[in-house]
Structure formats: C-alpha cells, structure tokens
Design a protein around this ligand. Structure first.
Ligand code: GLC
Length: 646
C-alpha cells in the first residue's frame, strides 16, 4: 500500500492554520502509520540481535529532526499532502543547470526568474552547490559537505533567500543528495585517514587486497578510462577503500547502521533548506555484495524505502527522484515493488525513453522505441517520470539486448553503430558527439555532446548549410515536443532552449580534460538571450518553438500523468505515435517523423478515434487545420504533430 495516500487522508483532518502542537500531532500520526513498514525494512537490513537499540534511536532521531524543520515548511508539507500527487501535473516544466556556468552564483540566479518565466520553466535542478575538493571533484559530485554551500556559489543565506523567492513564484527546487559516496576530504574520510576505526567503518576499507579482489571479480567499472578498478590504496591509513566512481569518491558502507542514521540527518538538513525534490544520486549502487555487480540489489531497494519512509514522516512535502541509469526493467523497480510499491521514489529518470529517442534519431526508425515502451511494466500510479533528451552526463545506450535482438539486430554491433553515428566516425552523419569512456575490453562506449550538436546544428553551421540548420532546429523541437507531451516532468538542459553547441573549453582545463561530459555543460549564452527579439537568430528560432510547446503543454490537463498514455503502432516504422487521454474528448495524438523524407499514415483509424473530422485534422502546435489528401495523414521530415479532436 502506498503510504502517501494514508498520509493524505490523515492530513485532511488537520486545520488550515495548524499550531505547532497540531503539526507535531500530524508527525506522530505519520510515524504511527509508517511504523510497521519502517521497522520491517530497518530490521531486514540491521537485525535487532546485532543492533539492539538502534531502531529506537532512529525513531528518536525522526522526532528531533521534525522539530528542526521550520513552521513554514511544515505547513507547506501539509498543503502538498492535501494537493495529492502535485508532481504529476502538466504545469511542471523543468530545467537543469550548473549555477556557475549558467549565471555565476545563487544571488544572480535570483534575478533570472524572469528568464525562466519567459520560457515557462518552473522546476529547477541545480547541480551540486555544496563544498567539494579544489581539484577534480566530478562536477561537485565529490562532496565535502551535504549542506554547506560552496563559497563560489554564495552563502547559506543566499540559498534560503533563493528558495523563498522560488516559493513565492511557484518554482520547485531540486537538489542532489549524493547518497552513495563522499569525497576523500569529507570529515568522516579525514577521520578515517587519521586511523579512527569508527569512521573507517563508514566506508568499505580493507588492510589488503583479499576482499577487494573478491569484489573485483564481479564489479563493473563506471569510469574505465579514467578510474579503472574499484578500490584505491590510501597510504595515510594503509588500507584500500572502495571507490566505484572516481578514486577521490569513497563509497559509503550502509551495512553499518550508523552510516544510515548519519546520512538521514544529512538528508533532512538538506531538505530543511527549502528543497522540494531530492535527487538521489547513483542510488543503484547503495548496497555492495561480493559475487554480484553490486547494483540494483534488493537491499539497496530496502534502504531507499527506509530513507523515503523516514523523510515522508518528517517532511512529507519533499519527494525523491531516483537517478538510476540502469537496464529498463531495473529502472521501474525504483518506484517500489510488492509491499514497497509506491514507497521508494516518486520520480525516476526515464533513461530508457531517452536512449530510445537517440536510437530513433540514429536509425530513423521507431521500432525499438515502441517495443521498449510497450514492454515496460506499468509503473505505480502515484509515481512519475523525468523525461529528458539529455542531461549533464553522457548518453548511455541502455536498451534491453533482447529487444534489439528481437528486431533482428546484433546488440553489440548495433551499439557500435550508434556510437559511430553520433561520435563523428561516419562521414555522412550530421552528429558531432564525442565517445565517452570507451572500454577496449568490452567494446562499450557512451556518447557526449550537446543536444544541438548531436542533432546536426554544429555541422550545418560550419558548412553554412541553411537547410541543414533548419532541419536540426526541427529535430530539436521534435524531440522536445515528444517529451513535453509525454507523462512526466520534462527536463530541459540549460542552453538547449537556445540551441547551444558543444563547449570545447574543457580541453583547456586540466581538471576537466579527461571528462568529455563537460562538452555538454556549456556556459550560458546571455548574448544570444539579449537578441531573442530578433526572429532570425538560431537561438530565437529554437527558443520561440520551445516556449510555444511549453505554453501549449500547460493548457492541456490531459498531459498530466494520469495513467493515460498509449503507444500506437501506426504501421509506419519511421513514425512515433502515441496518445494521451485515449478515448476522451480532450485526447491528444502525437505523431513524430524521425525520417528525412515525408511519411504518411492511413487516416481510417484516426477518423475512428476522432482525430480526423470532415476530412480535416488539427495540429495544436501552430493551430493549423489541414486537409487529408488521398486518405493519408502527411508528416513532413522531423515534423511533430499534436493532433486535437475536432
Ligand atoms: C551520477 C551523476 C554523475 C556523477 C555520478 C557519481 O551519475 O549524475 O554526474 O558522476 O553520479 O556521483
């Protein structure tokens, strides 16, 4: 049973302006409602026999953490509970950005609210802003603190002020919780290096290679080119420590309940800053076990549910996003299964959808996209997706091998083709991406590059090819048009709204040169923003197209995630066709053409569904009504239609 629905009905009985006493009562009721599930999860990971008294410490901790939360946020939590699944609304449109690359610091970001409003964005994911090592720090994902703001971004007051401004303007804030690892400079790591056994047990540390070698037999490598192996020798403490990502990121040892309790405190303290959505970074890696890949383990799911049930008790308005870029059938599990259904993360990245969209660009066909979506198990109804074209990371080709094989393709050869297509190994391809983390032992590689460059804009501009430029803009708008009409929160990477190209400046920076993901984290082009009034610039063509789509999305409640999504087989392998609100008068049929030639579909079934009427159809994008010719719906190259009913 989804615990949130219980809390929702409990919240209804609380008054409009609750006193502190009533808010505390609300907390006690939530604790009581979550108690059994919480206890079961806790003892399944930390059995009472070996950890006696720890569970009582947890409940005591929850009470004191609740008292630390501000009255304003406690009231907001109740409003959120009453509002139900607020994150499923069609009104949300997200943007992801690095504060320093976007506009310098948190103060300046406050002044950009008008820019977000102009585009229609009201959900912001700020990339890590807390303290980190001076040298390489994985874009801030090596954390020295979970709550202390890095001075380069500003101060704690700046963040509080920003969140107040965001709340006043209805902007939702998402921040990262780097739950799997800390930096090697984190206070716990420093104590461990000094030889303190209590803090050494916060990480997976070993005096020799015996256990590390056993782990290595089945642990894959995340950054094989730059950080091969999963353990690093730390001379200060004469021990090996597990470092699955980079050598300076130490994996936390959650088999130790003290780690869980301390991280829970960090999580709530972060939430108490006024954060609405917490992105659980790299959560698939949370539990490690010799003989396994140490990804997606059942214990990791229980641990996540534990975090979720605790956070929900203390701060029920705050929700969790799963950053699980894993195999399609694994992703959906982060919403929770069985008794945990709906009790893990409310949101997850739809990484499969993202990867399949790029596959369709590369192959010009939509069969894998259709198959992957159609064969995806249904998600719990209270959960939703983040839909995105690309993020700050690489594009991993995480499709299901069986799906590729079922289409008659060899999975490995197919992935190689896609990497070649997007990473400048085929002279006829318009894409200008870069190979990321080529692994010679497996032949695997991933792709980096900005949306615009991967979709041919950079090459077309270099060639002075106006047709190519127009076609790339159409591809950008088609992909965004798809995710804006899909169930979930669409997330734009900052700069994509201006058609920004690859940023090669990382090649001049020693700390970044080995990490080509920086190519797709451009410094925001405010000069282009200043010229947005000029309809002829490329930036304004993209921006206008995108802001039109965003505004349109918000006008159609059928685009909220209400379990109302249906993929259609149109009979044309170049078209991606899906419907929102099937069988309703407000339904919308989305048709996108991934081919460079016009494509058609028979209109008989569209007539039956009500999208063709009196021989005409109406595209909500642009508001044009067109005549059916020869009984066919014509879709131009890279065109996207959102068909409404007559
Ligand atoms: C996540 C982040 C990525 C980072 C990794 C390790 O996958 O998105 O940027 O490198 O976690 O923290």
């Amino acid at each position: 049973m989804n615990q949130a629905s219980i809390h929702r009905s409990l919240a209804k009985s609380l008054q409009k302006n609750p006193s502190s006493e009533q808010l505390l009562q609300g907390f006690e009721r939530r604790l009581a409602a979550n108690y059994t599930l919480l206890q079961d999860q806790f003892f399944s990971l930390y059995p009472e026999e070996s950890h006696s008294g720890t569970y009582d410490r947890l409940t005591g901790l929850l009470r004191s953490l609740f008292k630390e939360r501000s009255h304003e946020l406690q009231v907001q939590d109740l409003r959120r509970l009453e509002a139900g699944n607020w994150y499923q609304s069609e009104k949300w449109v997200g943007m992801q950005l690095y504060v320093d690359r976007f506009c310098k610091d948190l103060r300046t970001l406050e002044s950009k609210v008008t820019y977000f409003q102009r585009l229609g964005v009201n959900f912001l994911h700020l990339m890590p802003i807390t303290t980190r090592p001076q040298g390489p720090n994985d874009g801030g994902y090596a954390v020295n603190s979970y709550t202390e703001i890095d001075p380069r971004y500003g101060s704690e007051e700046d963040l509080i002020q920003l969140t107040e401004k965001f709340r006043a303007h209805g902007i939702c804030l998402m921040l990262d919780f780097v739950v799997n690892h800390t930096s090697e400079e984190f206070p716990w790591a420093l104590r461990a290096k000094e030889g303190d056994p209590y803090y050494q047990s916060f990480y997976y540390t070993y005096p020799d290679r015996h256990i590390p070698d056993l782990f290595e037999e089945s642990l894959p490598e995340v950054f094989p080119e730059t950080a091969p192996g999963n353990f690093t020798y730390i001379p200060e403490m004469s021990r090996w420590v597990m470092t699955v990502f980079n050598q300076y990121q130490w994996d936390l040892n959650y088999t130790n309940p003290e780690v869980f309790l301390s991280m829970l405190e960090n999580l709530v303290h972060l939430s108490n800053k006024g954060v609405d959505v917490i992105r659980f970074d790299a959560l698939a890696f949370l539990w490690k076990k010799i003989g396994t890949s140490s990804q997606n383990l059942p214990e990791a799911h229980r641990l996540i549910a534990l975090f979720r049930l605790c956070l929900q008790t203390v701060a029920p308005g705050v929700i969790i996003l799963a950053e699980a870029i894993v195999a399609p059938r694994e992703i959906i599990r982060y919403f929770g299964e069985g008794i945990l259904e709906g009790n893990e993360c409310e949101i997850a990245y739809h990484a499969t959808f993202m990867a399949c969209l790029w596959n369709s660009i590369g192959t010009k066909k939509t069969r894998l996209l259709n198959k992957s979506l159609l064969e995806m198990p249904p998600k719990p109804k209270d959960c939703t997706w983040i839909n995105y074209i690309r993020c700050h990371d690489d594009i991993g080709l995480g499709f299901d091998n069986d799906h590729i094989a079922a289409l008659g393709w060899d999975p490995q050869a197919h992935r190689r083709f896609l990497v070649d297509y997007f990473c400048q190994r085929l002279e006829w391809s318009p894409a200008k991406g870069v190979v990321f983390m080529h692994n010679p032992s497996t032949g695997d590689g991933r792709i980096t590059g900005s949306t615009a460059s991967l979709l041919g804009l950079e090459k077309a501009m270099e060639d002075g090819d106006e047709t190519g430029i127009q076609s790339s803009i159409e591809r950008i708008l088609m992909l965004y048009g798809i995710i804006l009409a899909s169930p979930g929160i669409p997330l734009i990477y900052a700069g994509d709204e201006l058609g920004m190209l690859n940023d090669y400046s990382y090649l001049q920076e020693p700390d970044k040169i080995d990490d080509s993901r920086w190519i797709n984290r451009p410094v925001h082009d405010w000069d282009a923003v200043a010229k947005l009034e000029d309809p002829a610039t490329i930036a304004s063509r993209v921006f206008r197209g995108l802001s039109h789509l965003i505004a349109l999305r918000k006008q159609h409640p059928v685009l909220a995630d209400q379990d109302n999504f249906l993929v259609h087989h149109s009979g044309n392998e170049h078209l991606f066709v899906f419907e929102r609100g099937p069988g309703t008068a407000a339904g919308i049929l989305v048709v996108a053409n991934f081919d460079q030639r016009p494509q058609v579909i028979n209109t008989t079934w569209l007539l039956k569904m009500g999208y063709v009427h009196d021989g005409k159809y109406r595209n909500l994008i642009g508001g044009k009504t067109s005549q059916v010719r020869s009984g066919l719906l014509e879709v131009m190259p890279y065109e996207i239609l959102w068909l409404g009913k007559a």
